[in-house]
Ligand binder design. Structure first.
Ligand SMILES: Nc1ncnc2c1ncn2[C@@H]1O[C@H](COP(=O)(O)OP(=O)(O)O)[C@@H](O)[C@H]1O
Ligand SMILES: [Mg+2]
Length: 264
């Protein structure tokens, strides 16, 4: 009996070791138990501290490399491919005046295809590098994002975006934006929803983002790269992220960012 009581902290430690998830930071184990057991728990706790810090800095490096690469690809799409297609369009227009009437319709069609390809490339570039975020700020960027997703014919995108938000640093704004973007993408891909709402509001000590759809909910699905990416980004700026099915139907993503970005 006494031995069992004495070993309880060790059992808790074993459980913590097998279930710990660095992407979902929780409270540390209390260092209870006899001398060496307490010491073991303290050591485990400081190992977790170190792992979380290392994970945090390697995530930061990976994400900033990813963003830089996206910017580069977006730039090239826009500058190279975009410019070439624009040149093609101009040439086609020049031809249109010269070809015999019988060919004009076909030429118009080619022009149309070229124009929509150009639009598509610009859209992809925008998705890769939310320039509007840097130029006009988070609220405008989220508005543009909402507008883009409203183009899906069977989805109504509602938005309620506070204008009086506390100042957020550029990195935090990008985190909020990318999480909203992944949330909306998931709604389109998985939710079978007819409505999705984006809410951004000021809290007394920070900012809250919610992306809420009325779709089929998460069910038993496992988290993929998308949701893990959201968790990593949230951790990066010390924000709190929950992804959960709603009581009746649908899924909600909630991100709470502390005032200063809350960096640890
Ligand atoms: N809004 C949602 N509604 C219903 N299911 C969702 C929603 N978001 C995510 N899921 C489920 O969670 C899984 C994991 O999502 P995610 O991590 O973004 O990976 P991916 O989108 O690449 O599949 C999805 O495959 C899907 O089954
Ligand atoms: Mg996804």
């Amino acid at each position: 009996m006494l031995i069992r009581i004495g070993l309880a902290p060790l059992e808790r430690l074993t459980r913590a070791m097998t279930t710990i998830d660095l992407l979902k930071p929780g409270p540390r184990l209390a260092a209870t138990g006899h001398g060496e057991i307490a010491e073991l728990i303290t050591t485990f706790n400081s190992m977790i501290d170190r792992l979380e810090a290392e994970r945090g800095s390697s995530t930061a490096r990976a994400l900033s490399a990813q963003e830089a690469e996206r910017r580069r690809v977006a730039q090239e799409l826009h500058d190279e491919v975009g410019q070439s297609l624009t040149a093609v369009l101009l040439e086609l227009k020049r031809f249109a005046d010269q070809v015999p009437a019988s060919m004009r319709d076909e030429l118009l069609q080619v022009q149309e295809i070229t124009r929509s390809t150009l639009d598509e490339i610009r859209r992809i570039a925008r998705r890769l590098r939310p320039g509007v975020l840097e130029e006009l700020g988070l609220v405008s960027a989220l508005k543009a994002l909402a507008a883009e997703f409203s183009e899906h014919a069977d989805l109504v995108v509602g938005r309620s975006l506070d204008k009086n938000l506390p100042e957020l640093d550029a990195e935090t704004e990008l985190v909020v934006y990318r999480i909203a973007q992944e949330g909306l993408t998931n709604t389109v891909r998985h939710a079978h929803a007819s409505e999705v709402d984006i809410v951004l509001r000021a809290l007394t000590d920070g900012v809250e983002l919610r992306v809420r759809d009325n779709g089929r909910g998460l069910g038993t699905s496992v988290e993929g790269a998308g949701i893990r990416g959201m968790r990593e980004r949230a951790l990066l700026v010390g924000a709190e992220l929950t992804v959960a099915s709603l009581p009746k139907r649908g899924t909600e993503i909630r991100l709470v960012v502390g005032h200063t970005g809350g960096r640890r």
